[in-house]
Design a protein around this ligand. Structure first.
Ligand code: ARG
Length: 465
């Protein structure tokens, strides 16, 4: 392509080192789409004849067939996806192919292709988030009456509904979808750089907005120098992935704990667990562990991108070729994890052990009933700080006696403090405590059902599934 100015060829080692076609061939559809839009504009401004444009379109149809059928020969010596496709076009249609690159640079070409690719990817990741969101919401609805401990510091804190706990995951995923849609999606990806040339624009009078409209990518870039050097859209997409993976990792950690013999709240199905090659009794939560493990890798890609960009002078620098593998792998891993997590939360694989949970609650461990006492005292007019102290003494009493809250008698209450009246005994259940949280974001059944109903409409279930 640039043989005119050179008398020697690149060293084989250099060729292998600088090629990107082995990975950027994933951009081939977007590359052709961008070239078609650019060719149409070249025809409108008189650089290409109608016949030449028709030839280019036919050539690209053939190339599409060749790539789809695996017959296209990708050549390392042609460096990247852009030169491979352009060179094949010229092979097929001759001189018209050579005119296509008039006023265009691989710099505005790759910026356009990569934006188009990221835009499509964003839609895919969004759909996968939505599917997982709705699976979790459905499981929450099925288990609305299951009460489990809520933890702080990984110590039993208060009783909650499993549904309420699961809907917390839905909120995390909702934020992920929102970010993908609004921040990563519309604002940053949507911009059409074609016409920016190498860095200062196009001398042949192409109308950037017409090209932008053709690509349905967004408004034309306003500054050609920014257009060819900006990769904020890649950062935003990988940030969205890293945040989403962080959420999936936290969810994984809960599920791993919940499926231990110590918790025993759930059993994960055969389809998402594995056995051990030595211990026949084992059922390992590998799906969740791998998701947790891959999170570090995706966060790493975000750091790689930041580091790649932070020292670059304006405008395009070849360093930018390193952006693609980070984005490809970050989105590949995130999509795979979202899909596997959706499988984990399918009806068949997410099995809740109601009896085991009940046994755990009946054991009285953690004294979660104590909050009932403090609340009751407040309603009797005892200042909360005094109620806290009285309740603390009751917990100490129960602990020293080696009994559960459920075993307390009227005499026990009186022995601790005269203000603990016998009628308190019937207020001590965990269910009563869950139901008293009637606040908008609380655990009362009516509130959780309201939230469940709202979430059903969220993330356009009907469109995305
Ligand atoms: N493969 C290159 C990349 O991904 C395409 C742009 C090359 N531009 C250049 N001036 N060498 O960044």
């Amino acid at each position: 392509m640039w043989a005119g100015r050179f008398s020697g060829k690149p060293d084989k080692l250099m060729q292998e080192f600088s090629q990107s076609v082995s990975f950027d061939q994933r951009l081939w559809r977007e590359d052709i789409q961008g070239s078609l839009a650019y060719a149409a504009e070249l025809q409108r401004i008189g650089i290409l004849t109608e016949q030449e444009l028709a030839d280019i379109r036919k050539g690209f149809e053939q190339i599409t067939r060749e790539i789809e059928s695996g017959k296209f020969e990708w050549k390392v010596e042609l460096e990247d996806v852009h030169m491979n496709i352009e060179s094949r076009l010229t092979e097929i249609i001759g001189d018209a192919g050579k005119k296509l690159h008039t006023g265009r640079s691989r710099n505005d070409q790759v910026a356009t292709d990569f934006r188009l690719w990221c835009k499509n990817r964003t839609v895919e990741v969004y759909a996968a988030v939505s599917t997982l969101f709705h699976n979790i919401r459905d499981r929450a609805e099925e288990h609305i009456d299951v009460v489990i401990p809520a933890y702080t510091h990984l110590q039993r804190a208060m009783p909650t509904r499993m549904a309420h706990h699961l809907l917390a995951y839905c909120k995390m995923l909702y934020r992920d979808a929102y970010y993908l849609d609004v921040e990563a999606g519309l604002e940053c990806i949507a911009e059409a750089p074609l016409g920016s040339g190498a860095c200062t624009g196009n001398s042949f009078g192409v109308d950037m907005q017409r090209i932008a409209d053709d690509l349905e990518l967004g408004p034309a870039s306003r500054n050609s120098m920014d257009a060819v050097s900006n990769r904020d859209f890649a950062l935003d997409l990988v940030y969205a992935c890293a945040k989403c993976m962080t959420h999936l990792s936290r969810i994984s950690e809960d599920l791993i704990l919940w499926s231990t013999a110590e918790f025993g709240f759930i059993t994960l199905g055969d389809a998402v667990t594995t056995g051990s090659s030595i211990m026949p009794q084992k059922r390992n939560p590998d799906a969740c562990e791998l998701i947790r493990g891959k999170t570090g890798r995706v966060v790493g890609h975000l750091m790689a991108l930041f580091t790649l960009l932070k020292g670059l002078p304006m405008t395009y620098n070849r360093d930018l070729q390193e952006d693609k593998e980070a984005v490809f792998d970050a989105t590949d891993q995130t999509l795979a994890c979202l899909r596997v997590m959706a499988l984990v939360f399918s009806k068949e694989n997410f099995k809740v052990n109601r009896e085991r949970i009940q046994q755990q609650l009946d054991s009285g461990a953690g004294y979660m009933e104590a909050m009932n006492v403090a609340d009751w005292l407040v309603l009797q007019g005892v200042p909360f700080r005094d109620g806290h102290d009285i309740t603390g003494r009751l917990v100490k009493y129960v602990e020293q006696k080696g009994i559960r809250f459920a075993d307390l008698t009227a005499e026990d209450l009186q022995a601790v403090d005269k203000r603990l009246k016998p009628e308190l005994l019937k207020e001590l259940s965990l269910e009563a405590l869950v139901e008293r949280k009637q606040v908008y974001a609380g655990t009362a059944k009516a509130r959780v059902l309201e939230r469940l109903a709202e979430l059903k409409q969220w993330l356009g279930k009907d469109n995305d599934q």
